[in-house]
Design a protein around this ligand. Structure first.
Ligand SMILES: [Fe+2]
Length: 365
Protein backbone atom coordinates (compact mmCIF):
# COMPACT_ATOMS: atom_id res chain seq x y z
CA UNK A 1 0.00 0.00 0.00
CA UNK A 2 1.26 3.39 -0.93
CA UNK A 3 1.96 6.14 1.57
CA UNK A 4 2.45 9.89 1.14
CA UNK A 5 5.02 11.76 3.20
CA UNK A 6 4.63 15.53 3.21
CA UNK A 7 7.39 18.11 3.48
CA UNK A 8 6.58 18.54 7.18
CA UNK A 9 7.19 14.82 7.73
CA UNK A 10 3.50 13.92 8.16
CA UNK A 11 2.34 10.68 6.57
CA UNK A 12 -0.93 10.00 4.76
CA UNK A 13 -1.90 6.35 4.64
CA UNK A 14 -5.60 6.56 3.77
CA UNK A 15 -5.90 5.35 0.19
CA UNK A 16 -8.75 7.72 -0.72
CA UNK A 17 -6.83 10.74 0.61
CA UNK A 18 -3.70 9.59 -1.24
CA UNK A 19 -5.50 9.15 -4.54
CA UNK A 20 -7.17 12.55 -4.15
CA UNK A 21 -3.90 14.35 -3.49
CA UNK A 22 -2.21 12.62 -6.43
CA UNK A 23 -5.15 13.22 -8.76
CA UNK A 24 -4.87 16.96 -8.06
CA UNK A 25 -1.59 16.95 -10.00
CA UNK A 26 -2.72 14.43 -12.60
CA UNK A 27 -1.18 11.29 -11.13
CA UNK A 28 -3.10 8.04 -11.20
CA UNK A 29 -2.50 5.43 -8.50
CA UNK A 30 -4.28 2.08 -8.53
CA UNK A 31 -4.07 -1.13 -6.58
CA UNK A 32 -3.24 -4.06 -8.82
CA UNK A 33 -2.53 -6.98 -6.49
CA UNK A 34 0.74 -8.70 -7.36
CA UNK A 35 0.46 -12.29 -8.64
CA UNK A 36 0.14 -14.88 -5.91
CA UNK A 37 1.13 -18.18 -7.53
CA UNK A 38 4.06 -19.95 -5.83
CA UNK A 39 6.29 -19.59 -8.90
CA UNK A 40 5.51 -15.90 -9.27
CA UNK A 41 6.26 -15.38 -5.58
CA UNK A 42 9.52 -17.27 -5.96
CA UNK A 43 10.57 -15.02 -8.83
CA UNK A 44 9.47 -11.86 -7.04
CA UNK A 45 11.50 -12.85 -3.97
CA UNK A 46 14.73 -13.50 -5.89
CA UNK A 47 17.39 -10.83 -5.69
CA UNK A 48 18.32 -10.97 -9.41
CA UNK A 49 16.53 -12.50 -12.41
CA UNK A 50 17.84 -13.85 -15.71
CA UNK A 51 16.24 -12.58 -18.93
CA UNK A 52 14.20 -15.80 -19.11
CA UNK A 53 13.03 -15.38 -15.54
CA UNK A 54 12.02 -11.78 -16.23
CA UNK A 55 9.99 -12.90 -19.22
CA UNK A 56 8.41 -15.62 -17.11
CA UNK A 57 7.43 -13.16 -14.39
CA UNK A 58 6.02 -10.70 -16.94
CA UNK A 59 3.77 -13.50 -18.23
CA UNK A 60 2.05 -13.56 -14.84
CA UNK A 61 0.89 -9.97 -15.40
CA UNK A 62 0.01 -10.23 -19.10
CA UNK A 63 -3.59 -9.26 -18.33
CA UNK A 64 -2.43 -5.83 -17.13
CA UNK A 65 -0.41 -5.25 -20.30
CA UNK A 66 -3.37 -6.26 -22.48
CA UNK A 67 -5.55 -3.77 -20.61
CA UNK A 68 -3.02 -0.96 -21.09
CA UNK A 69 -2.54 -1.81 -24.77
CA UNK A 70 -6.27 -1.81 -25.34
CA UNK A 71 -7.18 1.26 -23.29
CA UNK A 72 -4.13 3.51 -23.56
CA UNK A 73 -2.18 2.36 -26.58
CA UNK A 74 0.89 1.05 -24.79
CA UNK A 75 3.28 -0.81 -27.06
CA UNK A 76 6.07 -2.30 -24.99
CA UNK A 77 6.97 -3.22 -21.44
CA UNK A 78 9.95 -4.50 -19.55
CA UNK A 79 10.79 -5.56 -16.05
CA UNK A 80 13.35 -3.52 -14.15
CA UNK A 81 15.03 -5.36 -11.28
CA UNK A 82 16.97 -3.19 -8.84
CA UNK A 83 19.10 -4.73 -6.14
CA UNK A 84 22.07 -3.72 -4.04
CA UNK A 85 24.66 -5.75 -5.96
CA UNK A 86 24.08 -4.13 -9.35
CA UNK A 87 27.43 -2.61 -10.37
CA UNK A 88 27.23 1.18 -10.52
CA UNK A 89 23.81 1.25 -8.85
CA UNK A 90 24.32 4.68 -7.20
CA UNK A 91 25.23 6.23 -10.56
CA UNK A 92 22.25 4.57 -12.21
CA UNK A 93 19.85 5.83 -9.55
CA UNK A 94 21.43 9.29 -9.61
CA UNK A 95 19.91 9.82 -13.08
CA UNK A 96 16.46 9.84 -11.57
CA UNK A 97 16.92 11.33 -8.10
CA UNK A 98 16.92 14.89 -9.46
CA UNK A 99 13.70 16.63 -10.35
CA UNK A 100 12.84 15.96 -13.98
CA UNK A 101 10.03 15.52 -16.45
CA UNK A 102 9.43 13.21 -19.39
CA UNK A 103 7.72 13.90 -22.69
CA UNK A 104 5.63 10.78 -22.13
CA UNK A 105 3.82 9.32 -19.14
CA UNK A 106 5.94 7.32 -16.67
CA UNK A 107 3.98 4.17 -15.92
CA UNK A 108 5.09 1.63 -13.35
CA UNK A 109 3.59 -1.43 -11.74
CA UNK A 110 5.51 -2.47 -8.63
CA UNK A 111 5.73 -6.22 -8.17
CA UNK A 112 8.15 -6.39 -5.24
CA UNK A 113 10.20 -4.15 -2.97
CA UNK A 114 9.80 -0.45 -2.39
CA UNK A 115 10.60 2.83 -4.11
CA UNK A 116 9.97 6.51 -3.52
CA UNK A 117 8.55 8.98 -6.03
CA UNK A 118 8.90 12.64 -5.20
CA UNK A 119 6.46 15.19 -6.61
CA UNK A 120 6.15 18.94 -6.82
CA UNK A 121 2.71 20.12 -5.78
CA UNK A 122 0.83 23.01 -7.41
CA UNK A 123 1.97 25.40 -4.66
CA UNK A 124 5.62 24.42 -5.19
CA UNK A 125 5.82 22.25 -2.07
CA UNK A 126 7.16 18.73 -2.44
CA UNK A 127 6.03 15.40 -1.15
CA UNK A 128 7.04 11.78 -1.51
CA UNK A 129 5.03 8.72 -2.34
CA UNK A 130 6.22 5.36 -1.06
CA UNK A 131 5.22 2.66 -3.53
CA UNK A 132 5.26 -1.05 -2.78
CA UNK A 133 4.13 -4.32 -4.34
CA UNK A 134 0.72 -3.97 -5.96
CA UNK A 135 0.94 -0.24 -6.67
CA UNK A 136 0.32 0.89 -10.25
CA UNK A 137 1.25 4.48 -10.93
CA UNK A 138 0.95 6.76 -13.92
CA UNK A 139 2.97 9.98 -13.72
CA UNK A 140 1.78 12.19 -16.59
CA UNK A 141 4.06 13.74 -19.17
CA UNK A 142 5.69 17.00 -18.01
CA UNK A 143 4.93 16.39 -14.32
CA UNK A 144 7.93 17.33 -12.17
CA UNK A 145 9.05 14.31 -10.20
CA UNK A 146 12.01 12.26 -9.05
CA UNK A 147 12.62 8.72 -7.87
CA UNK A 148 14.75 7.32 -5.05
CA UNK A 149 15.52 3.98 -3.46
CA UNK A 150 16.14 3.66 0.23
CA UNK A 151 17.04 1.06 2.86
CA UNK A 152 17.57 -2.30 1.14
CA UNK A 153 17.83 -1.17 -2.45
CA UNK A 154 15.52 -3.75 -4.02
CA UNK A 155 12.59 -3.19 -6.30
CA UNK A 156 10.96 -5.05 -9.18
CA UNK A 157 8.74 -2.96 -11.40
CA UNK A 158 7.12 -3.37 -14.80
CA UNK A 159 7.65 -0.34 -17.02
CA UNK A 160 5.15 0.33 -19.79
CA UNK A 161 5.98 2.46 -22.82
CA UNK A 162 4.17 3.95 -25.75
CA UNK A 163 7.50 5.18 -27.07
CA UNK A 164 10.75 4.46 -25.18
CA UNK A 165 12.12 7.82 -26.35
CA UNK A 166 9.65 9.40 -23.95
CA UNK A 167 11.64 7.91 -21.07
CA UNK A 168 14.50 10.41 -21.39
CA UNK A 169 14.63 12.61 -18.25
CA UNK A 170 14.61 16.39 -18.72
CA UNK A 171 16.02 17.99 -15.58
CA UNK A 172 14.19 21.11 -14.46
CA UNK A 173 16.95 22.42 -12.17
CA UNK A 174 14.58 22.65 -9.22
CA UNK A 175 16.35 21.26 -6.15
CA UNK A 176 14.85 18.50 -4.06
CA UNK A 177 13.89 20.32 -0.87
CA UNK A 178 12.58 17.14 0.68
CA UNK A 179 15.79 15.13 0.68
CA UNK A 180 16.64 15.64 4.33
CA UNK A 181 13.07 14.86 5.35
CA UNK A 182 13.32 11.76 3.22
CA UNK A 183 16.37 10.60 5.16
CA UNK A 184 14.41 10.98 8.38
CA UNK A 185 11.68 9.01 6.73
CA UNK A 186 14.14 6.32 5.80
CA UNK A 187 15.08 5.86 9.41
CA UNK A 188 11.42 5.84 10.40
CA UNK A 189 10.50 3.35 7.73
CA UNK A 190 13.58 1.15 7.83
CA UNK A 191 11.80 -1.56 9.75
CA UNK A 192 9.02 -1.71 7.20
CA UNK A 193 11.38 -1.56 4.25
CA UNK A 194 13.57 -4.35 5.50
CA UNK A 195 10.57 -6.50 6.18
CA UNK A 196 9.53 -6.05 2.58
CA UNK A 197 12.76 -6.60 0.74
CA UNK A 198 15.15 -8.55 2.93
CA UNK A 199 15.14 -12.28 3.57
CA UNK A 200 12.33 -13.06 6.01
CA UNK A 201 13.38 -13.34 9.62
CA UNK A 202 9.96 -13.51 11.25
CA UNK A 203 6.70 -11.63 11.28
CA UNK A 204 7.03 -8.08 9.97
CA UNK A 205 4.49 -6.89 12.49
CA UNK A 206 5.97 -8.47 15.61
CA UNK A 207 6.17 -5.46 17.92
CA UNK A 208 9.29 -6.55 19.81
CA UNK A 209 11.40 -6.79 16.65
CA UNK A 210 14.40 -4.52 16.75
CA UNK A 211 14.39 -1.62 14.29
CA UNK A 212 17.88 -2.87 13.36
CA UNK A 213 16.56 -6.26 12.23
CA UNK A 214 18.06 -7.04 8.83
CA UNK A 215 21.07 -4.78 9.37
CA UNK A 216 23.03 -7.76 10.67
CA UNK A 217 23.49 -8.68 7.00
CA UNK A 218 25.39 -5.52 6.19
CA UNK A 219 29.10 -5.71 5.39
CA UNK A 220 29.70 -3.02 8.01
CA UNK A 221 26.87 -3.28 10.51
CA UNK A 222 26.98 0.36 11.63
CA UNK A 223 26.77 1.76 8.08
CA UNK A 224 24.20 1.27 5.34
CA UNK A 225 25.40 0.64 1.80
CA UNK A 226 24.32 4.19 0.99
CA UNK A 227 26.31 5.66 3.88
CA UNK A 228 29.39 3.71 2.80
CA UNK A 229 28.95 5.00 -0.73
CA UNK A 230 28.32 8.57 0.46
CA UNK A 231 31.50 8.53 2.55
CA UNK A 232 33.57 7.07 -0.27
CA UNK A 233 32.22 9.54 -2.81
CA UNK A 234 32.74 12.52 -0.50
CA UNK A 235 29.06 13.49 -0.41
CA UNK A 236 27.70 16.01 2.09
CA UNK A 237 25.65 13.67 4.29
CA UNK A 238 24.22 16.61 6.22
CA UNK A 239 27.61 17.53 7.70
CA UNK A 240 27.23 21.14 6.55
CA UNK A 241 23.71 21.80 7.81
CA UNK A 242 24.85 24.44 10.31
CA UNK A 243 26.03 26.49 7.33
CA UNK A 244 23.65 25.43 4.58
CA UNK A 245 20.57 26.22 6.65
CA UNK A 246 21.96 29.58 7.82
CA UNK A 247 22.48 31.20 4.43
CA UNK A 248 25.96 29.85 3.72
CA UNK A 249 25.56 28.14 0.33
CA UNK A 250 27.51 25.01 -0.55
CA UNK A 251 29.75 24.84 -3.63
CA UNK A 252 28.20 21.68 -5.02
CA UNK A 253 24.71 23.15 -5.21
CA UNK A 254 26.04 26.52 -6.35
CA UNK A 255 27.64 24.80 -9.34
CA UNK A 256 24.44 22.85 -9.94
CA UNK A 257 22.50 26.15 -9.94
CA UNK A 258 25.12 28.16 -11.81
CA UNK A 259 22.67 29.25 -14.54
CA UNK A 260 19.85 30.60 -12.36
CA UNK A 261 22.46 32.15 -10.02
CA UNK A 262 24.07 33.81 -13.08
CA UNK A 263 27.61 33.02 -11.93
CA UNK A 264 30.37 34.94 -13.63
CA UNK A 265 33.19 32.87 -15.08
CA UNK A 266 35.44 34.03 -12.21
CA UNK A 267 32.83 32.98 -9.67
CA UNK A 268 32.44 29.65 -11.39
CA UNK A 269 36.18 29.04 -11.30
CA UNK A 270 36.41 30.01 -7.64
CA UNK A 271 33.44 27.82 -6.75
CA UNK A 272 34.91 24.89 -8.65
CA UNK A 273 38.20 25.31 -6.78
CA UNK A 274 36.39 25.37 -3.44
CA UNK A 275 34.40 22.32 -4.43
CA UNK A 276 37.48 20.40 -5.62
CA UNK A 277 39.37 21.09 -2.41
CA UNK A 278 36.38 20.09 -0.30
CA UNK A 279 35.61 17.01 -2.36
CA UNK A 280 39.17 15.70 -2.44
CA UNK A 281 39.52 16.08 1.32
CA UNK A 282 36.06 14.59 1.95
CA UNK A 283 36.84 11.52 -0.15
CA UNK A 284 40.08 10.90 1.74
CA UNK A 285 38.44 11.35 5.14
CA UNK A 286 35.33 9.41 4.15
CA UNK A 287 37.38 6.42 3.08
CA UNK A 288 39.31 6.49 6.33
CA UNK A 289 36.04 6.55 8.28
CA UNK A 290 34.74 3.55 6.34
CA UNK A 291 38.03 1.71 6.92
CA UNK A 292 37.92 2.37 10.68
CA UNK A 293 34.27 1.33 10.84
CA UNK A 294 35.18 -1.86 8.99
CA UNK A 295 37.97 -2.53 11.49
CA UNK A 296 35.60 -1.97 14.38
CA UNK A 297 33.08 -4.31 12.80
CA UNK A 298 35.76 -6.97 12.22
CA UNK A 299 36.77 -6.83 15.87
CA UNK A 300 33.25 -7.49 17.05
CA UNK A 301 32.42 -9.97 14.27
CA UNK A 302 35.49 -12.01 15.21
CA UNK A 303 34.68 -11.70 18.94
CA UNK A 304 38.11 -10.16 19.43
CA UNK A 305 37.07 -6.70 20.56
CA UNK A 306 38.69 -5.40 23.71
CA UNK A 307 38.24 -2.11 25.48
CA UNK A 308 41.54 -0.53 24.37
CA UNK A 309 41.05 -1.31 20.70
CA UNK A 310 37.47 -0.14 20.73
CA UNK A 311 38.40 3.10 22.48
CA UNK A 312 41.19 3.76 19.99
CA UNK A 313 38.99 3.16 16.96
CA UNK A 314 36.01 5.12 18.25
CA UNK A 315 38.27 8.07 19.06
CA UNK A 316 39.81 7.90 15.59
CA UNK A 317 36.40 7.75 13.94
CA UNK A 318 35.17 10.72 15.98
CA UNK A 319 38.28 12.73 15.06
CA UNK A 320 37.84 11.92 11.37
CA UNK A 321 34.15 12.85 11.50
CA UNK A 322 35.09 16.18 13.09
CA UNK A 323 37.61 16.84 10.32
CA UNK A 324 35.07 15.88 7.68
CA UNK A 325 32.47 18.20 9.16
CA UNK A 326 34.98 21.04 9.21
CA UNK A 327 35.93 20.39 5.58
CA UNK A 328 32.30 20.74 4.53
CA UNK A 329 31.56 23.74 6.74
CA UNK A 330 34.75 25.51 5.62
CA UNK A 331 33.68 25.19 1.99
CA UNK A 332 30.37 26.89 2.80
CA UNK A 333 32.25 29.62 4.66
CA UNK A 334 34.43 30.18 1.62
CA UNK A 335 31.41 30.39 -0.67
CA UNK A 336 29.96 33.51 0.96
CA UNK A 337 33.12 35.37 0.01
CA UNK A 338 32.47 34.46 -3.62
CA UNK A 339 28.75 35.12 -3.99
CA UNK A 340 26.84 38.41 -4.02
CA UNK A 341 23.99 38.85 -1.49
CA UNK A 342 21.40 38.71 -4.30
CA UNK A 343 22.82 35.37 -5.44
CA UNK A 344 22.54 34.03 -1.91
CA UNK A 345 18.91 35.18 -1.88
CA UNK A 346 18.32 33.31 -5.12
CA UNK A 347 20.07 30.23 -3.72
CA UNK A 348 17.81 30.37 -0.66
CA UNK A 349 14.74 30.52 -2.85
CA UNK A 350 15.84 27.76 -5.23
CA UNK A 351 16.81 25.48 -2.37
CA UNK A 352 13.40 25.96 -0.80
CA UNK A 353 14.59 27.77 2.34
CA UNK A 354 12.65 30.97 1.91
CA UNK A 355 9.72 29.92 4.10
CA UNK A 356 11.81 28.79 7.03
CA UNK A 357 14.23 30.47 9.40
CA UNK A 358 16.92 32.20 7.45
CA UNK A 359 19.49 32.86 10.13
CA UNK A 360 21.10 36.21 10.83
CA UNK A 361 23.53 36.54 7.95
CA UNK A 362 21.60 38.45 5.36
CA UNK A 363 23.85 41.49 5.09
CA UNK A 364 27.37 40.18 4.97
CA UNK A 365 28.44 41.87 1.79
FE1 LIG B 1 11.04 9.84 -14.21
Amino acid sequence: MAKIISQDGKAITDSTAIEKRLAAIGITLKQWPAPTSPRARELMDKQALSDNEKAELLKFVDNRFEELKRDKGYQTRDLVVIHEDIPGLPDMLAKFDKIHTHSDDEVRYILAGTGYFGFVDKDGSQFMLEVTAGDYINVPANAEHWFEMKGCARCKAVRYFIDTAGWTPHYTGRPVALREAAHVLTAMCLFGLLALVCPPVGSATTPERSPYAGQQQRDIKALSAKEVDDYRQGRGMGYAKAAELNRYPGPSHVLELSSPLVLTSAQRQQTQAIYDRMHNAAVLLGRQIVDREASLDTLFAGRKADSDQVERLTREIAALQAQLRFVHLRAHLEMVAVLMPAQIDTYQRLRGYRDGHTGGHQHQH
